[in-house]
Design a protein. Structure first.
Lengths: 287, 388
């Protein structure tokens, strides 16, 4: 089944392997018992490759720590969804794309919550094969579609999504693989489906993270896999604002997204020429 | 969720307040004093304590936690009646909370529940004399000791804090607000009725006249609501449907209501209700026996707050783990004694960063922020004010 996944989709297996490795840590930031079966041999092989490239034995790490980043991102977004659902009472969750996310299985959700997983048919088929014996803890609705193709909105509406009701969207692990114009187009299409007040969170890198020498080893790994990072911005708030989404950006290592884990200093945003990653989160503004 | 009422010049307790300081009411769910405190209880108590102490630096905060108001529930009165019937005239003053908790498990396992007539004398003694059964008084005494050891503000565990409204008065007030469906005239129950908001009917008084915890809460909170700019309700996730109702009712009284939903702390991957026992080795008393000798008070107090607030977070994904709690103790020790430069910002400024669009300080954001390794260490003033 993994042979039918494209390069970006295979990184979802890497993410699952990273979550499995985190789950095995004593000081883990979350528990994902489904990550290991979702990752499979392919995911763990990708993780080995990544480790060998970015953490060569006896050498000091120079690239950003992917395991720490992944752990912090997962925990941050876990909490983001918890807040949206329990504090704001949002009853529609949309993952675009879903990848190997297992929150529908590993987290309790209030009755009446609809959990939409959008991704290409091969990705969702892989997940359903690996989790065939498991039951989601929510009204999970897998919606096979291609986020780059025209008309996926109709598929989501047919699956029961109500654009007039509040929703929360996660765009996790995707935007840096898309050319800038495609990232804009996706955000525009997502925003058009969000009722005012709905929430969205995504992760992004900045422009320097695509070019600085200390990131090259990491960039080369992804490029060699056929899924280079192609887009970054130093103004993530402006990217979202262009689509009616009032957002703020948090960097791993800042107090709101550290959890005692981020290993590197985080220079202030005013310092130029620094590699950065952002968790951007915001709300749809009234028209 | 954002309404603000005109502020009177005095707090609900009659204290004068400095001009310009907002008034915040913290109203966490109370724990019935019939069983030992567990990690789930402790999590809620520590979240509330940090919220209270931090918010008190930037607002005029009332922490309302009245065991008195909830003694009238069937859960409590039924247990007391059971003790007198099944255990008899015992000396509870030497019992541990675990031993009293075992008696409670025995009560919950009974198939028959005492009728309204059997509970009436107990209800009258609570209402008229402020009476507390010796078993309940003993548990509250032990809890007060835990609070003191953990440096938690005692909101009056052993004080007589009756609600300001009587039972009938509170139902009348609910009716005025349009939230009461009273079927007692035809032998039925009383419902909290927020169906106009799409919420289901919820029985709060049974056909025999016995109130549940929501009816007790209405007696306590309805008369307070209009005196505060913001009311923060902290509760277990399992009670979410009830608290949506409570939010509607209190908001109708003019207050901005904030709900803080906390997941429980699983033990070995399972979430259990303390009413069924199974707490052995995991009570707060056991935790203090395990760690109390090993760590001095500042490390213990900061360490448990780092663990139960920042590490576990609001959700309920992670099981209680001793080794991670000990890691938090080590972190606390480093924060207290390390040589990292300390944050020079005034405490009020640091706390204000964690208020966002509300008046109270978010205890999770504040505490999780202490874990960032490449930031200045928290100022000693902040630790003293909020954590020690």
């Amino acid at each position: 089944m993994t042979g039918t996944l494209n390069a970006v989709e295979r990184t979802a297996l890497l993410t699952a392997a990273l979550r499995a490795a985190e789950t095995a840590r004593e000081d883990r930031l979350f528990d994902d018992p489904y990550a290991a079966p979702l990752a499979g041999d392919t995911g763990f092989a990708l993780l080995r490759e990544l480790r060998e490239a970015t953490l060569p034995p006896g050498e000091k790490r120079s690239a950003p720590s992917t395991p720490d980043y992944n752990a912090i991102r997962t925990r941050f977004l876990d909490e983001y969804l918890h807040d949206a659902v329990h504090r704001d009472g949002v009853a529609q969750i949309v993952l675009a794309p879903a990848g190997m996310d297992s929150r529908a299985y590993r987290t309790d959700w209030p009755d009446g919550t609809r959990y939409f997983e959008l991704d290409r048919p091969a990705v969702l088929a892989h997940k359903e094969e690996r989790l065939a014996s498991e039951r989601p803890r929510v009204d999970r609705r897998a919606v096979p579609l291609d986020l780059a193709a025209p008309g996926w909105e109709e598929e989501l509406l047919r699956a029961g999504y109500d654009p007039d009701r509040p929703s929360v969207w996660l765009v996790e692990g995707l935007l840096y693989y898309l050319p800038e114009e495609d990232a804009h187009r996706l955000l525009e299409r997502v925003a058009a489906l969000m009722a005012p007040g709905s929430r969205i969170a995504a992760d992004l890198v900045n422009a320097a993270a695509l070019t600085l020498p200390d990131v090259q080893v990491l960039l080369k790994v992804f490029a060699d896999w056929g899924c280079p990072w192609v887009f970054g911005t130093d103004e993530p708030e402006a990217l979202f604002a262009a689509h009616g989404l009032k957002a703020e950006a948090v960097q791993p290592g800042e107090p709101a997204a550290d959890y005692g884990r981020w290993p590197d200093p985080v220079p202030p945003r005013s310092v130029p020429g620094v590699r950065r990653v952002f968790f951007v989160h915001g709300r749809k503004q009234p028209a | 969720m954002s309404g603000t009422v005109t502020a009177p010049e005095r707090t609900a307790g009659g204290r004068e307040r400095p001009p310009g300081r907002p008034r915040v009411l913290l109203a966490p769910i109370t724990v019935t004093p019939s069983k030992p405190l567990t990690p789930s209880h402790l999590k809620g108590l520590l979240w509330t304590d940090v919220m209270y102490r931090a918010s008190s630096r930037v607002a005029d905060v009332t922490y309302r936690y009245s065991p008195t108001a909830y003694h009238l529930t069937e859960q409590t009165l039924g247990f007391w009646e059971y003790l007198d019937r099944a255990v008899g005239d015992a000396d509870y003053s030497g019992l541990s909370e675990e031993e009293i908790g075992e008696l409670y498990v025995g009560y919950r396992a009974e198939e028959e529940r005492p009728g309204a007539a059997a509970l009436r004398p107990y209800a009258e003694a609570v209402e008229e004399d402020g009476w507390v059964h010796p078993a309940g008084a003993r548990v509250l005494q032990l809890w007060a000791g835990h609070y003191a050891r953990l440096g938690m503000h005692d909101p009056g565990l052993r004080e007589h804090q009756p609600p300001a409204l009587g039972a009938e008065q509170s139902l009348e007030r609910l009716a005025e607000l349009g939230f009461c469906l009273d079927l007692r005239h035809c032998g039925g129950p009383v419902y909290l009725d927020a169906t106009r908001y799409g919420l289901p009917l919820r029985q709060i008084v049974d056909p025999d006249g016995r109130p549940n915890y929501l009816a007790c809460m209405m007696r306590e909170l309805l008369p307070l609501a209009a005196s505060f700019d913001e009311i923060v309700l902290l509760y277990d996730r399992e009670l979410e449907a009830d608290y949506h109702l409570v939010e509607r009712v209190l908001a109708a009284s003019g207050a901005a209501v904030r709900r803080v939903v906390l997941g429980r702390v699983p033990i070995d991957g399972r979430i259990r209700s303390a009413r069924h026992g199974g707490w052995e080795g995991h009570t707060v008393g056991a935790l203090l026996r395990e760690l109390g000798e090993e760590y001095d008070d500042p490390v213990l107090r900061l360490g448990v707050r780092l663990y139960f607030i920042a590490v576990l977070g609001a959700g309920q994904q992670q099981s209680f783990r001793w080794e991670v709690l000990r890691q938090s103790m080590a972190r606390a020790s480093r924060l207290l004694t390390g040589d990292r430069p300390r944050d020079p910002a005034p405490v009020a400024e640091v706390l204000a960063r964690h208020r966002k669009d509300h008046l109270h300080v978010n205890p999770y954001r504040l505490t999780a922020g202490l874990l960032a390794r490449h930031r200045p260490a928290p100022a000693r003033d902040l630790l003293e004010a909020v954590y020690l």
